[in-house]
Design a protein around this ligand. Structure first.
Ligand SMILES: Nc1ncnc2c1ncn2[C@@H]1O[C@H](COP(=O)(O)OP(=O)(O)OP(=O)(O)O)[C@@H](O)[C@H]1O
Length: 244
């Protein structure tokens, strides 16, 4: 397996008017790893992911996937599975219908829809309207959408939010299986305890980068708690997105 980074951020800064959401962010993600982008509400996690996916232009610096900016990467929508709040289901659809719309837009057969419904455990609810789904079911549907193209890389914004303990365990096992197949996962979260058992590597963001590296190094092989190390590195309670 090539050890070339799957994701690279180089000195990425993003300002929204007078607010600096992300400042001088540099880190890399290696293949086959599950990486947690961790930070408080407003720390800049979604902004960093949006820069990565070409959804917002950085003020300075750049981010690459497989050595290219998202918009220059051939076949990007089929190589990278994305789950983000802003990519919601089509209003009024059922889970199955929503996935079929996505599948067609990606040139994928309906058999992929059935495969991902099964993978995320939504087959029995697939013909129910999405508006009646629980938060956990919506998370599963978002993950199914990300998994549709059988991607090499998954970028998941807050995938743990709204999952119950069974759902969190299920997600952990699914991500482990995907990583064992050589896929790479970058997920953002502010739920430290929930992701501690899921991720291999950690990126701690509080507008600026506070840590990037193996979870085991951060916690001295589990002797220290992630939460304690997080507060040391991210500071006690500083809000993200400082005004200039
Ligand atoms: N489009 C925007 N316009 C103005 N300010 C923005 C915009 N997007 C984000 N911000 C600001 O940038 C900062 C970082 O926000 P961001 O959503 O990236 O944080 P986050 O870590 O994803 O937070 P959360 O966990 O709450 O989703 C915040 O202060 C936010 O208000």
């Amino acid at each position: 397996m090539s050890e070339a980074p799957v994701i690279e951020f180089h000195c990425v800064t993003k300002k929204f008017g007078g607010v600096t959401a992300v400042e001088d962010l540099t880190f890399a993600v290696r293949p086959g790893r599950i990486v947690g982008l961790l930070g408080r509400n407003g720390a800049g996690k979604s902004t960093a992911l949006r820069v990565l996916l070409g959804l917002v232009q950085p003020t300075a610096g750049h981010a690459n996937l497989f050595g290219h900016a998202y918009q220059d990467l051939p076949d990007a929508p089929r190589r990278i599975g994305v789950s983000m709040d802003t990519i919601g289901p089509t209003p009024g659809t059922t889970g199955r219908r929503d996935l079929r719309i996505w599948a067609r837009s990606l040139g994928l057969p309906d058999s992929r829809v059935e495969a991902v419904l099964d993978q995320v455990g939504l087959t029995d609810s697939a013909d129910r309207k999405v508006k009646g789904y629980s938060t956990g079911m919506r998370q599963r549907l978002a993950l199914a959408t990300a998994l549709l193209p059988d991607p090499e890389l998954l970028v998941l914004d807050e995938p743990v939010n709204g999952l119950d303990p069974d759902g969190i365990r299920w997600l952990r096992e699914l991500l482990r299986t995907l990583a064992a197949e050589g896929r790479t996962v970058l997920l953002s979260s502010h739920l430290l305890a929930e992701v501690e058992q899921t991720v291999d590597d950690v990126v701690i963001l509080q507008r600026t980068l506070r840590y990037s590296g193996p979870l085991a190094r951060l916690t001295t092989d589990g002797a220290d708690r992630l939460e304690d190390r997080f507060f040391e590195l991210a500071g006690a309670s500083a809000p993200g997105g400082s005004r200039d």
